[in-house]
Design a protein around this ligand. Structure first.
Ligand code: ZN
Length: 167
């Protein structure tokens, strides 16, 4: 995905550029191409960037360590401030505008990288806990489940034996 020169967004009809996406991202290993769109709207002192996109990635299950396919979908929107005070040498510099809300700031005559941004948005959607299935019992639990019923039967037999010996 090519970088977009920010003034080109301002000069576009309705200050809007819509990028159709149907490709693999260099940073993201996905099974299928990322499909969707990224919309860039120039609002004067900020860019409104939004996306709806989806792909399928292969993840490793945290419990059973097996690989599984995960559908990744993103529906996100973000404001990116434009400020001439940001040196062009430091694009994407993050500063804190309010105490708890850091925002990205770009140089108004610089480039915006829709690919990097889309990659960040998709990465945020990756599950913290990666499970092949909500009910995945993993390797250890699986082994215990097989042994337990046998153990319980033996335990019952043992207690029966004790009772008989006791009488
Ligand atoms: Zn699993």
């Amino acid at each position: 995905m090519d970088k977009v020169y920010i003034p080109d967004i301002e000069n576009a009809p309705r200050q809007t550029i819509v990028l159709e996406v149907d490709e693999f991202l260099s940073e993201l290993t996905s099974l299928t191409a990322v499909q969707g769109h990224v919309t860039l709207v120039h609002q004067g002192n900020y860019l409104q960037v939004s996306t709806q996109a989806k792909t399928i990635v292969t993840l490793n299950c945290d419990r059973c360590l097996q690989q599984y396919n995960h559908r990744l979908a993103v529906d996100a929107s973000e404001m990116i401030w434009l400020s001439a005070e940001v040196p062009e040498a430091e694009p994407g510099l993050e500063i804190e505008v309010t105490l708890d809300d850091p925002v990205e700031i770009l140089f108004p005559q610089g480039d915006f990288s829709p690919e990097d941004w889309l990659y960040q948005q998709l990465s945020l959607q990756l599950p913290h806990r990666q499970l092949c299935d909500q009910n995945c019992e993993g390797l250890l639990e699986e082994a215990e489940k097989i042994e337990q019923p046998v153990d319980r039967r033996w335990a019952a037999l043992e207690s029966l034996k004790e009772q008989m010996q006791g009488n």
